[in-house]
Design a protein around this ligand. Structure first.
Ligand code: THU
Length: 143
């Protein structure tokens, strides 16, 4: 599979996961598809709570599913998000929150890990983790 085909697959998987978004409070539906170096893809959606603070973002759901199965090496993540039933403008993407960026920094190389922000398989943009989280606090700081 070439780069473009892989990006397309991850974006499609993120849209599939978005369908499971549990977001009755914000009505903002997010889906993510995380590619591990072993080839596995872990999907996630946002999961809200009446008590608000237990809410988990789609990206962290995907990461925590992978890590909880012993997988900690990752290549890329595709993220899609929009208000329920609404389409985003072209080139205006759902970006990962700061907490999710920090979770990515725990496991992923800032230069190598790719973040695919997508509205469709034709409208997406790819960033490195370092581009969206400069001056990164990583596990190295504690060694
Ligand atoms: N959300 C995500 O799932 N990922 C992000 O990167 C941004 C925010 C969720 C959390 C909450 O359920 C809703 O979107 C509104 O903030």
């Amino acid at each position: 599979m070439n780069e473009k085909e892989l990006e397309t697959e991850l974006i499609n998987k993120a849209f599939e996961a978005q369908k499971f978004s549990y977001s009755p409070y914000s009505n903002f539906c997010v889906g993510a598809a995380l590619l591990a170096k072993n080839g596995n893809i872990y999907t996630g959606c946002n999961i809200e709570n009446a008590s608000f603070s237990p809410t988990n973002c789609a990206e962290r759901t995907a990461f925590f599913k992978a890590v909880s199965e012993g997988v900690k090496d990752f290549t890329a993540i595709a993220i899609v998000g929009n208000q329920r039933g609404r389409q985003r403008e072209k080139n205006d993407y759902c970006v990962p929150c700061g907490v999710c960026r920090q979770v990515m920094a725990e496991f992923c190389d800032v230069n190598e890990f790719k973040i695919i922000l997508a509205n469709s398989t034709d409208d997406y943009k790819v960033f490195s983790l370092g581009e969206i989280l400069p001056l990164t606090f990583t596990p190295k700081e504690l060694s």
